[in-house]
Design a protein around this ligand. Structure first.
Ligand code: ADP
Length: 269
């Protein structure tokens, strides 16, 4: 009937028979929509009070004598409010990305520009404590939503740094491969045990919650990345060895990339 949403599954067929199961999911979708809207509203409403708190904390910090007992407490308060802020921002980002519906896949994203921005971000996060290398295939661009793609890539880069001890290597690359355009981030960090891999993109899932909380993670980064990639017909791939490091990558399919091979220099005889 009108306005109702049915989920229809083909359960199997054989000997000329077909079994269809239809389920009314109107209510399920309504509730899902309400949950998303609620999360988005709460996160939005929390932003203002947090900004005010941070402002006052900064002012109080600047008025303290160095070495006074309040300095440590104020530092802690500052750290915790800024953690809360990044969580609220990530929650908002996640609900925006979940809701964004179909992404316009006709817009060209200039990848050499984007990789330059990612390089700057990586170097700022690495603070000279990591060996960061970056490769960008000349002439390889893609189509999609630049904001979403950038947050997908930034999350992978900030994780690589977050879960690698200073002194380690971070390799970032965007290159042409047989099946499309591949973006990948490898680190020489702590690695992930196999049983965790399939759950990494769940919201708030962390391998070691105490540790990742301490390192400033929110547990939402890979959930955001997964949604962004789904909107671009791609998915996150992870290969990792405990104690050795991890590689997070994704491949953008051929229909969403544009590759203008650089002209090889003509040899004149
Ligand atoms: P968080 O904000 O906690 O980093 P994410 O969703 O980005 O949340 O990642 C989920 C979990 O996956 C992290 O808590 C961490 O345990 C693990 N993880 C992600 N990236 C890496 C990596 N490069 N090396 C090791 N573990 C990682």
């Amino acid at each position: 009937s009108e306005g109702r949403l049915l989920e229809i599954r083909i359960m199997g067929y054989g000997s000329g028979q077909l079994l269809l199961i239809a389920r009314d999911i109107t209510r399920v979708r309504q509730l899902e929509g309400m949950r998303k809207e609620f999360v988005a509203n709460v996160s939005h409403e929390l932003k203002t009070p947090l900004t005010v708190l941070q402002g006052y904390l900064e002012m109080m910090q600047s008025m303290e004598e160095p070495g006074s007992p309040n300095v440590r407490a104020l530092d802690q308060m500052q750290q915790q409010t800024s953690r809360m802020r990044s969580m609220v921002e990530q929650l908002l980002a996640l609900s925006r990305i979940e809701d964004s519906g179909d992404v316009d896949l006709e817009v060209k994203v200039n990848m050499s520009q984007m990789m330059d921005i990612l390089r700057d971000e990586a170097l700022a996060l690495a603070q000279k404590q990591y060996d960061v290398t970056l490769y960008c295939e000349p002439g390889l661009d893609m189509y999609g939503n630049e904001v979403q793609l950038r947050s997908a890539c930034t999350n992978l880069i900030s994780n690589a740094i977050r879960y690698t001890e200073p002194g380690g290597n971070i390799d970032i690359s965007w290159r042409k491969i047989a099946s499309g355009g591949e973006f990948s981030v490898s680190d020489s960090g702590e690695g992930i045990a196999p049983q965790h891999i399939s759950r990494l993109t769940e919201r708030f899932y962390r391998v070691d919650s105490a540790r990742s909380r301490q390192s400033g993670g929110t547990g939402l980064g890979l959930a955001i990345t997964k949604h962004a990639l789904n909107h671009h017909q791609s998915e996150l791939m992870v290969s990792s060895q405990l104690g050795k490091g991890s590689t997070f990558s994704f491949v953008i399919p051929p229909n969403l990339i544009e590759y203008s091979q650089p002209e090889t220099e003509k040899v004149t005889e």
